[in-house]
Design a protein around this ligand. Sequence first.
Ligand code: SF4
Length: 177
Amino acid sequence: MPIHFNDLDVVSEVEGLSSALIVPCNMCPAVTVAVRDEKPFMQFFRSFLKSVPFEKHIAALQSRLREKGVNTSVFRSNLYHQWFLCMWTLGRRKKLRKYAMQYEAVVVLGCDSATETVRDAVKSTDCKVIEGMEVAGIMNAQLKFHLPCNVSFDDCKIVPISRQKKQEGVPIVDSNS
Ligand code: SF4
């Protein structure tokens, strides 16, 4: 099941900046927001391959940042195979780098692995990487399909991540090395 998140204070992190690119992972964060808002994750007839609650969440974040004088855009990942930031292709990462160069910061909506993808993509730029969410645990829920063509998660519980992963300073292990 997907990772569950808490929101982090992005507004204070962008203090003094004038532009930011929001990079959302469309899977776990979108499920988190849908569960939190008690709305369907997907309504295929209303918004094909877009999670309406998550779209509203992103729009609200953009609005809060605009009030602080920060212009934002969203780096959209509309195709299903682009949804998971942890598994982006090299081409996708290069495309993010090209876009990110036009902004002072990138705001990542996703887990530590999503942030790693973004950090790696923009490492040779001056972009500040800001985490917009923190991991709260792993979700345990019942997947439900209902008419007309909606997908929801019911009876959600948040299961804590194991002690080892919570320890600070656990290095990222490169399986090729
Ligand atoms: S990058 Fe993280 S948040 Fe996104 S799908 Fe992968 S595990 Fe979930």
